[in-house]
Design a protein around this ligand. Structure first.
Ligand SMILES: Nc1nc2c(ncn2[C@@H]2O[C@H](COP(=O)(O)OP(=O)(O)OP(=O)(O)O)[C@@H](O)[C@H]2O)c(=O)[nH]1
Ligand SMILES: [Mg+2]
Length: 434
């Protein structure tokens, strides 16, 4: 239903990829949910431009450890070739073109995906002859300055245009459900169990799913396509490449999905990595179900499940609205439940709340607890309107909107969630000064 195209930002070191990424993501970066491990070095993010959503990924930055040497531009492209909808090659337009730039351009074009060239660092005067850039063979070229913000609007225009038709929602009325999670947690087994027949490759060794496996099922007159994501790819020598690859694959699966299932292994929980995946799902604005799989393999006493639920509610408090399901792929426990949850979540994500009703709820919330301000500057919330679905997005007009504190935004979100059932989906509140 809702595909968010993935734009991979590539280029040789020091051309300004991360600065450009930050500039394009803009304010959104700063207001990303405060989740441990997801904000600090979030190098993916959704930008909305003329009503289109794009997921941007700073490919070189996707690796979790800092001290790793950056991948060469060509290796970056190899990694993104299959999963990105568009490749944005960044070069430093104030220096001579290098061989690495040339190879990156050539290789990006070879993927057959749309390619856009950003001529960065053009903050005045020092540009090299244009011929040189033209010879790179990339049709779409945009001059930008990541530091000063010059040309970023033009760049976003070009990105949206170059992506073209692939930006439209796949018009096949299928719900897409992505199974995400670390290697070996049972994603493929869950898919098999959901489909009810053996279709994906399942194995006891980590990293056996070679590609995204897909299977479609029909549930209550609704087609649901299940996407299985590859686990860790064994690529031998480039250790960093392995991690990056799966991070990007996960991201790519998220951009294609309506609802994501974060699968965890009950016998081997790993909080940080899973929080990270959940953070990506939130940023992309997709639905989320948290699954604790292999529940059959856990020695259970009275209170085992309750205690684990409490722990996970705490670990995933930033996604407290996500349903938590205990499954066994091998025994079929609670597997069918995922279909019903998915259907409900998709329904909630497409709901539109009438403006009068919305403002009634908002009025109650603000009169019960008005936002705090400064001495002479008191934010006063005026009205709200739902401005988007998938995920439900609300624009709230207020005086001194920039003074409204994060905790107050959360208060409003929780209040809306109490009034309306948004279980399983993020909602977005956008504040505008008026
Ligand atoms: N006991 C138990 N074992 C399970 C369950 N689900 C999966 N397994 C086992 O866990 C192992 C890994 O399962 P896979 O389905 O291949 O895991 P995966 O997440 O797809 O792994 P990658 O594709 O490598 O990331 C296999 O040996 C499965 O039989 C479950 O619910 N209970
Ligand atoms: Mg698998």
């Amino acid at each position: 239903m809702a595909v968010t195209p993935l734009v991979a930002i590539v280029g040789r070191p020091n051309v300004g990829k991360s600065s450009l990424f930050n500039r394009l993501i803009g304010r959104r970066q700063a207001i990303t949910h405060d989740v441990a491990g997801t904000t600090r070095d979030a190098n993916y993010g959704v930008v909305t431009w003329n009503g289109k959503h794009l997921m941007l990924a700073d490919t070189a930055g996707l690796h979790p450890t800092k001290d790793e040497l950056e991948l060469r531009a060509q290796d970056q492209i190899t990694e993104v070739a299959e999963v990105a909808q568009l490749i944005l090659v960044v070069i430093d337009a104030t220096t001579m073109i290098t061989n690495e730039d040339r190879q990156a351009a050539r290789q990006a074009l070879k993927t057959g995906k749309p390619v856009v060239l950003a001529l960065n660092k053009l903050d005045g005067g020092n540009q090299k002859p244009v011929d040189e850039f033209v010879r790179l063979g990339i049709k779409h070229q945009v001059e930008v300055s990541a530091i000063h913000g010059r040309g970023t609007g033009d760049l976003l225009d070009v990105l949206v245009e170059a992506i073209g038709g692939t930006n439209e929602p796949a018009d096949d009325n299928q719900i897409r459900l992505a199974l995400l999670g670390r290697p070996n947690v049972g994603k493929s087994s869950l898919l098999n169990s959901m489909v009810g027949k053996q279709q994906a490759i399942v194995s006891a060794t980590a990293g056996t799913t070679r590609d995204v496996g897909r299977a479609s099922v029909r549930y209550h007159n609704q087609d649901i396509q299940i996407l299985d994501t590859a686990g860790l790819r064994r690529r031998g020598k480039i250790e960093g490449g392995v991690e990056k690859y799966s991070a990007l694959r996960t991201l790519a699966a998220i951009t294609q999905a309506d609802v994501c299932v974060l699968v965890m292994d009950a016998t081997e929980l790993s909080v940080a990595g899973d929080q990270n995946i959940a953070g990506q799902v939130l940023e992309a604005g997709k639905g989320l179900i948290i699954v604790v799989n292999k529940w059959d393999a856990v020695d259970k006493e009275t209170g085992t499940q309750e205690a684990l639920t409490r722990k996970l509610m705490h670990d995933f408090s930033f996604a407290h609205w996500a349903p938590l399901v205990y499954t066994s792929a091998t025994e079929g426990l609670n597997v069918a439940k995922l279909f019903e949850l998915t259907r409900q979540i998709v329904e909630r994500r497409t709901t539109t709340i009438p403006t009068t009703k919305l403002n009634k709820v908002l009025g109650q919330l603000t009169s019960k607890q008005p936002p705090a301000g400064l001495k002479n500057r008191q934010p006063k919330i005026k009205y709200a309107a739902q401005t988007d679905t998938n995920p439900p997005t609300f624009t709230i007009f207020s005086s001194y909107a920039d003074l409204i504190h994060f905790s107050y935004k959360r208060y409003l979100e929780n209040g809306l969630r109490e009034a309306y059932d948004f279980t399983g989906t993020p909602i977005k509140l956008e504040f505008r000064s008026k």
